[in-house]
Design a protein around this ligand. Structure first.
Ligand code: ATP
Length: 316
């Protein structure tokens, strides 16, 4: 029997959402387990923010069933508020307040509903040195950190992060990943949206890729990446007549430039170890026969980016 502890933190089953006649979310399903980090990836306009809006209770689900910590996020929003932290894409700050004042005001607002504010929150997000700075003087990336500070101030069980590192430089992004990892290690469940595939690869336990209102791929990072298939890549200074050979169980993609070409073979399906080597033998024989050198020859694993581009390509 299911106990409250193994009940998913977030359950989305057949969610549909529309703006007028336009259906932005077209029947998606996924679950987020307690304590895990789930990343929702997708193209621009895929429906990620619309989905987050429903989960945050900002609008009711038009169709389908949505539960957050076992509750209806729209009808039971007040009960959920103390347990959920939200970092929106655009935080609305008062520019004249300092960073420390903003945290104090926010802490005061949420004191009656949440757990006691975390006094070290500015330290946690790396903004302690900016405590006396006025919010309007913060850079874009620093404002995102302040957004994050406010979202985690009352130590929520569940955290919704909508593009948390947009506008941050690479170092700030890595620091923020460490903050998010720390929160997750402390038991916080996190659902985040991002356009940075590396962010999902580094942080996510499970992920889903959305395109045009539909979830196309779902699984652990390893499961999703395994779907991409291994790659054999190289460049040719000239492309002989007839092109590169067909290799068993692969698809070849050729990008021509001048007389030469960049060639990528993708091993289709999940590839047991050694298959790429087996495919290499006839390729090397072909290169010898045509007296060609395969420049930059490399066998590499598929990446999340490969899967993402395939999803978009297939849909088109
Ligand atoms: P992005 O990655 O670009 O932020 P997203 O995946 O978050 O995109 P949404 O913001 O959920 O996508 O938008 C999904 C679709 O719904 C888009 O086609 C968008 O134009 C449309 N849409 C969003 N908000 C509204 C609205 N208030 N009225 C009408 N259409 C909307």
């Amino acid at each position: 029997m299911r106990t409250p502890h193994d009940r998913p933190a977030v359950e989305v089953d057949g969610l549909r959402q529309a703006y007028g006649d336009f259906e932005a979310v077209r029947g998606i399903s996924f679950t987020v387990r307690p304590g895990e980090l789930f990343a929702l990836l997708g193209t621009n306009g895929a429906g990620k923010t619309t989905t987050m809006d429903v989960l945050e209770g900002l609008r009711p689900a038009r169709q389908g069933d949505v539960r957050v910590l076992g509750l209806d996020p729209h009808r039971q929003r007040r009960r959920l508020r103390p347990r959920v932290g939200v970092m929106l894409q655009e935080g609305g700050f008062v520019g004249d307040l300092t960073v420390a004042e903003t945290v104090r005001v926010w802490g005061g607002l949420s004191a009656d509903v949440g757990r006691p504010p975390d006094g070290d929150v500015l330290e946690t997000v790396g903004l302690a040195g900016k405590a006396r700075t006025r919010v309007r003087q913060l850079s874009g990336g620093q404002k995102r950190r302040l957004d994050l500070a406010l979202a985690v101030l009352s130590r929520p069980e569940l955290l919704f992060l909508d593009e948390p590192t947009t506008g941050m430089d690479p170092e700030a992004r890595r620091d923020t990943w460490d903050v998010i990892k720390g929160l997750r290690a402390a038991g916080t469940t996190v659902l985040l949206t991002t356009h940075y595939l590396e962010e999902a690869e580094r942080l996510a336990d499970h992920l889903a890729i959305m395109h045009e209102g539909t979830v196309h791929v779902r699984g652990t990072v390893d499961e999703v990446v395994a779907e991409a298939g291994d790659r054999i890549v190289f460049r040719l200074p000239r492309l002989p007549r007839g092109g590169p050979p067909s290799l068993l169980d692969t698809t070849a993609e050729i990008a021509r430039s001048g007389d030469g070409a960049a060639v990528t073979y993708t091993l289709t399906g999940t590839s047991p170890a050694g298959r790429a080597h087996a495919a290499l033998r006839p390729l090397l024989a072909w290169a010898d026969e045509h007296r060609l050198t395969l420049h930059g020859l490399e066998i590499r694993k598929g990446t999340l980016e490969d899967v993402f581009l395939r999803v978009v390509g297939d849909a088109r």
